[in-house]
Design a protein around this ligand. Structure first.
Ligand code: ZN
Length: 307
């Protein structure tokens, strides 16, 4: 890999060629502020991590979705129960509380980057035929042992060539890939007129990202490459020939303070934490009272797309 900072960067979301500029050096507990820069797009607000040093190496061991223990069978059972009764709730409500909500029918689901299959286990429980792709062997084996058709591949549509799916999910996956547009375009070939694609990503346009700035925990410099705003992700979906059906935002109940604690509370973070506390109160109040959830409220953002 080349670690020279590029003179010009194309926005991975909206495709702007001139709009990306260096915004800040990324800080994280593991990299100690070295090795990565954030470039922001002046057109759509999307951010892109640019490596100036090799930060690879801690991906597989540390990443939570690769830990089968990270998701207890009790939690899976409760989640299965919750999703089973979801169909009795209007989608305007379920989308506020949950990042990834299945379409109101069953069929074949393809979970791209399925990890140990925690979601597939739940979808199977409520009647879906479960398929997935993974780039890492150990979690893929766990999925197969649990009865899911999971293949090792960077190219999901190619791995299941000739198949189409009623539902395709990318749950906190698109921000990891080198070329998100290429992946979406590939997945489009596995969709029919009736298919839904659900994409959930950390929301770079939300208040938590804005107040924590370089300390925002979802920047994860070793793993996350693209940091989407609503404008950016909607533009990307359009550029791939897909249609945005619905966009929703979800808050998070515990604040992103892990990185903060490890930096020993620099002064700029005290202000950020106070602002974030305020955000949490207002976002959670709106969530509970049924007020409109805006981009600012979302720690996560979910977009449903169709052909
Ligand atoms: Zn852009």
């Amino acid at each position: 890999m080349d670690f020279k900072v590029p003179d010009r960067l194309t926005c991975p979301a909206c495709g702007s060629v001139e709009a990306m500029a260096c915004a800040f050096p990324i800080r994280s507990a593991t990299t100690d502020g070295k090795g990565a820069l954030m470039f922001d797009c002046a057109d759509c607000g999307t951010g892109r991590t640019v490596y100036t040093e090799d930060l690879s190496g801690c991906y597989e061991e540390d990443y939570y979705s690769y830990s089968p223990e990270g998701y207890s069978s009790r939690r899976k059972f409760l989640k299965g129960l919750m999703y089973k009764y979801l169909k009795f709730l209007p989608r305007s409500i379920s989308h506020r509380w949950l990042t990834v909500v299945p379409p109101g029918r069953t069929g074949k689901v393809l979970d791209v980057g399925c990890g140990c299959g925690n979601s597939l286990d739940v979808w199977k429980r409520i009647g879906w035929q479960t398929f997935g792709t993974e780039i890492s062997e150990a979690p893929a084996k766990i999925c197969v042992a649990n009865g899911h058709d999971v293949r090792l591949s960077f190219k999901p549509a190619e791995a299941f060539a000739g198949s189409t799916f009623e539902w395709i999910t990318l749950d906190n996956v698109l921000e990891h890939v080198e070329d998100p547009g290429e992946l979406l375009a590939e997945l489009k070939t596995a969709m029919t007129e009736d298919s839904v694609m659900t994409i959930c990503v950390p929301n770079y346009g939300g208040t938590p990202s804005r107040v924590f700035g370089r300390y925002w925990d979802a920047i994860l410099p070793e793993q996350h490459l693209t940091h989407f705003t609503r404008k950016g992700l909607e533009a990307l979906i359009g550029r791939c020939g897909l249609r945005v059906k619905a966009t929703s935002f979800q808050p998070r109940f515990h604040l992103p303070t892990d990185n903060v604690a490890r930096f020993g509370q620099p002064a700029e973070l005290e202000t950020a934490q106070a602002l974030a506390q305020k955000w949490k109160k207002s976002a959670v109040a709106r969530l509970v009272t049924g007020g409109r959830m805006t981009e600012a409220d979302g720690y996560f953002m979910t977009i449903e797309a169709t052909l």
